[in-house]
Design a protein around this ligand. Structure first.
Ligand SMILES: *Cc1c(COP(=O)(O)O)cnc(C)c1O
Length: 460
């Protein structure tokens, strides 16, 4: 029989939507170090986390043994409104590059929030509802996470308060309106609604706020309000678990046509989309069933994997969260202005950090102007206007495809296209105007960040 022609878009049917998430930790030979309670220096117990996070998310966070975890019917029903997401064969891009490589991308921007973040937002909102909670709270910087969570909270009829970094709220008033349309209470941070916010306002009147401050405000609200919990859009293991739906669908779609990827590329902010995209493929690699090359891509302005330290650090700049062993630039590291807001994070998922540390994947840092060149090319050739974050993966996919052109290798490249860039037009404007600049921290700037990593006694 002739080999089946691969369509431009490989769709899975509703029945093929995964029924279980893939818990990569159960496939790993060794686990990442436990989260530490900063007050005691001892590993966090479920009880330590209970005032802050939903019970079911804590269970998932600490689960290292079940390879598959059921996706509840209610969550699958929401997923069905926008999933399975398409896996696209980038025929037009291949042709434009003149590469013998095959390029595939998994597109997660096909929902109103415009990114993959909805996959975890809906799961976390569901578990809050199931636990009988009335409200949830979070912070948002660029706005993608807040938007995704607003949609999920509306669906499950939960009150949601989003602390939005003041400068972002002012720069992106439309983002804020989308969230309010879905019913979220959006408070610009710092605000006078929390002790943390009032303190910052007293000390720095007129400040534009920061993600660290917004996190402090949201966590304070969660622990001081009845029936309220805090939810987080990346970094933590349960978020990576929820995002495994991306990898499971990609694997199923490729297997339908007998395609086995040689290389998988994704952008890394907190590491959740990348961790979820690679999860089932990485599990097979650990079991010796494939030899896929995994590449995490980060901005040169915020290079936690390629230039960071593997150390215990706070997950937030306000130094209130548990300590995680991860690749970090230091919780006090201030990345320079970079338009990929979703990638401006000082640390990295402990799961992704561990895989990187053990040599199962590599990482590449790319400069902003090169990223936007790739974004513009992709928009013109493949039609989709990509998010700046996603465009980091596009850049490296293009570079790898061009390398194949030189060597004649017919590699099969899969990359994650995490979202669309409609709210990032001021960044595109700078690029189009030719005023965009690359800022790469020098070693002294990195040292200043490393100095903010707390001293932690290891091997407790
Ligand atoms: C938030 C975001 C990212 C980065 O987050 P991860 O947790 O690293 O996945 C990437 N792309 C888009 C479009 C985002 O909104």
């Amino acid at each position: 029989m002739a080999k089946q022609e691969i369509p431009y878009k490989i769709y899975l049917s509703e029945d093929e939507l995964p029924k279980k998430w893939y818990n990569i930790k159960a496939a790993m030979k060794s686990q990442h170090e436990p989260f530490l309670n900063p007050a005691t220096g001892k590993p966090c117990t479920a009880d330590d986390l209970r005032p802050v996070f939903c019970d079911e998310c804590i269970e998932q966070e600490l689960n290292c043994t079940d390879l598959y975890i059921d996706i509840p019917e209610e969550i699958r029903n929401f997923y069905k409104m926008y999933r399975p997401s398409p896996l696209v064969r980038a025929y037009c891009l291949e042709k434009a590059l003149g590469t013998p490589a095959e390029i595939y991308y998994k597109f997660e921007g096909n929902n109103t929030s415009g990114s993959h973040k909805l996959n975890s937002a809906v799961a976390q909102a569901y578990y809050a509802k199931k636990q009988g909670l009335k409200s949830i709270t979070t912070e948002t910087g660029a706005g993608q996470w807040g938007t995704a969570l607003s949609m999920a909270a509306a669906y499950f009829d939960l009150d949601l308060t989003v602390y939005m970094v003041k400068v972002s709220g002012e720069q992106k008033p439309h983002r804020r309106e989308v969230m309010r349309t879905y019913g979220a209470n959006v408070i610009l941070s710092p605000s006078d609604t929390t002790e943390a916010g009032r303190k910052i306002l007293r000390e720095f009147p007129g400040t534009g706020g920061s993600l660290g401050c917004a996190i402090s405000e949201a966590v304070e609200r969660a622990v001081t309000s009845d029936s309220c919990r805090y939810v987080l859009g990346s970094v933590l293991d349960h978020v990576v678990l929820h995002q495994s739906v991306i990898g499971l669908e990609s694997k199923a779609a490729m297997e339908k046509y007998g395609v086995a990827p040689d290389m998988i590329i994704g952008c890394c902010g907190g590491g959740s989309n990348f961790g979820g995209l690679i999860a089932p493929f990485m599990g097979d690699k650990i079991a010796g069933k494939n030899d896929i090359e995994f590449i995490g891509v980060e901005p040169a302005s915020c290079p936690s994997l390629t230039r960071g330290r593997y150390a215990y650090d706070f997950c937030d700049s306000a130094r209130i969260t548990p300590l995680a062993k991860m690749y970090t630039l230091g919780c006090g590291f201030m990345p320079s202005a970079n338009h990929a807001g979703g990638l401006r994070y000082h640390g990295m998922s402990p799961i992704v950090s561990k895989l990187y540390h053990e040599g199962y994947m590599r990482a590449v840092a790319v400069e902003q102007t090169k990223v936007f060149e790739a974004a513009q090319m992709f928009a013109r050739i493949e039609g989709i206007l990509p998010a700046p974050e996603s465009s980091h993966a596009i850049r490296v996919a293009i570079d790898e495809a061009l390398r194949c052109k030189e060597t004649g290798e017919k590699k099969k490249i899969l990359f994650g296209l995490t979202g669309t860039g409609y709210f990032d037009m001021s960044a595109y404007k700078q690029f189009n105007d030719g005023t965009m600049q690359d800022t790469i921290p020098d070693d002294a700037a990195l040292e200043r960040g490393f100095a903010t990593i707390p001293q932690v006694q290891e091997n407790i």
